[in-house]
Design a protein around this ligand. Structure first.
Ligand SMILES: [Mg+2]
Length: 459
């Protein structure tokens, strides 16, 4: 009888989550200095990746991941493994009808909570799992995530948000009003989105480790590809930054936006002085000038470098810090990240906070798969929340998209709206086989090569 049960899919409503598989995936990006900045000179872009399997018999899986830059990806995978007991055996229909139930349960584990609360490795693990649930939910609905969210009932979306610690800045009633307003004209905006896509800007020309020649070539390519904004990494050496900013500005002309990004390199006074030293090149914003936890430091910098905008968010750990950045008037641009916080649920809270304060969201992306994911959140925001792309663009970096089943596509400087169901988090099986660390084909060959080199060195 047992065999019969295993081979026959359960009736709808009875299907369970049967597995949460994890994978340590690392790409050797440090060898080309792709992604290099003032704080992270040699990143190996990595994903702590997971797959949720069910016994529904419909072939659908939930995929999720969080992004790291190499060492420590195993720690991140271990954190996701620690959440497995919360998922196994759960009713698929129930979790997909209420992904917030998973978000609340994972964040509410009283023992795991000590590792945060709601910050760091454990919180990123929660985000990866929660995003996998949303992926599964959107696939079961047959919709790309942006549309799944845009079509959702505002009251239900409000039920997906955790208002604890943010209700002093945004109440459920205010969130509901924002979402109801966002529904007006949503169908027309969805049509516009499918036709035009969502504005993107590119960081590809500006990695710190690139030569000036490569910077010029890639900046010209960005213009030819229709981008209206590029970004340069700064903060390692002021003379170099002045030369690179001058070179970039001369290449792109006065009308293309040029943002600069210090990746948390400076103290407050240093941030002000360095930014002012680059002001003649008309930077559109200064990104991560100092510690992502320093709300008042960002506020002070913003006051002193105006009219240059201040942007941050890729390392902001949760909705509470975003709330404070907004309350303190510390940022002009909010750069949420799809995998840093507690998944779609917490990013809904952050989008709503930004909408309430009228601060544009220009999400962080790049890395592994961040472009694939975060485009969905901005597209939802445009279609069914703020209703505008004014002053907004999603970051784009031209790395590693080929490893995804539903890769980010740029057309005329815009992200094309994804049409495949889900959250676009699924890696191609050959990418998993090749870049799984340390046993995947690439890393095994790399290790063998290094061992052979070591053996050749005379004692
Ligand atoms: Mg950045």
């Amino acid at each position: 009888m047992k065999g019969t049960q295993l081979s026959t899919p359960p009736s709808p409503g009875q299907a369970r989550i049967t597995a949460l598989e994890t994978y340590d995936i690392r790409f050797p990006t440090s060898r080309e200095l792709d992604g290099s900045d003032a704080m992270n000179p040699d990143p190996d872009y990595s994903a702590a990746y997971l797959v949720l399997r069910t016994d529904a018999g419909d072939g659908l899986e939930g995929h999720g991941f969080t992004f790291t830059i190499g060492r420590g990806n195993d720690v991140q995978v271990a954190a996701i493994d620690a959440l497995r007991p919360y998922l196994l055996g759960r009713c698929v229909e129930e979790v997909c009808a209420d992904p917030g139930s998973v978000y609340r349960d994972l964040n509410g584990d009283s023992q795991l909570r000590w590792l945060g609360p709601e910050k760091g490795v454990m919180h990123m693990a929660v985000g990866a799992v929660v995003n996998a649930v949303w992926d599964l939910a959107a696939k079961r609905a047959g919709l790309p995530l942006w549309q799944f969210l845009a079509d959702a009932d505002p009251q239900w979306l409000v039920s997906q948000v955790d208002f604890r610690y943010i209700a002093d800045a945004l109440t459920p009633e205010q969130a509901l009003e924002l979402l109801r307003d966002g529904k007006k004209g949503a169908a027309e905006r969805a049509t516009e989105l499918r036709r035009q896509g969502y504005p993107a800007y590119t960081t590809s020309p500006g990695w710190l480790g690139y030569s000036d020649e490569k910077l010029v070539r890639l900046a010209n390519e960005a213009l030819a590809a229709g981008f209206r904004q590029i970004k340069l990494k700064v903060g390692a050496d002021l003379e170099d930054d002045i030369r690179r900013c001058r070179t970039a500005r001369a290449t792109i002309g006065p009308d293309i936006r040029m943002a600069i990004d210090a990746n948390q390199r400076w103290n407050v006074d240093e941030a002000v002085a360095w930014t002012k030293a680059l002001a003649e090149f008309d930077p559109y914003w200064i990104e991560e000038p100092t510690s992502p936890d320093d709300v008042l430091g960002h506020a002070a910098i913003r006051e002193r470098v105006a009219p240059i905008r201040v942007a941050t968010g890729e390392h902001v750990q949760n909705r509470v810090v975003f709330k404070q950045l907004l309350q303190a008037g510390a940022i002009d641009v909010l750069q949420l990240d799809s995998t840093r916080v507690g998944g779609v649920n917490e990013n809904l809270a952050i989008l709503l906070l930004a909408a309430k304060f009228g601060v544009p969201v220009c999400p962080h992306a790049g890395g592994v798969g961040l472009c694939e994911l975060v485009r969905h959140l901005s597209m939802f925001d445009f279609v069914a929340l703020t209703g505008t792309t004014e002053g907004r663009a999603v970051e784009f970096a031209d790395h590693l998209h080929e490893h995804f089943v539903d890769p980010a596509v740029i057309r005329d400087g815009h992200y094309v709206a994804p049409s495949l169901p889900g959250f676009s988090a699924e890696l191609r099986p050959e990418a998993v086989d090749t870049y799984r660390y340390p046993a995947g084909a690439f890393w095994a060959a790399d290790l063998a090569h290094r061992q052979a080199e070591t053996a050749e060195v005379p004692a």
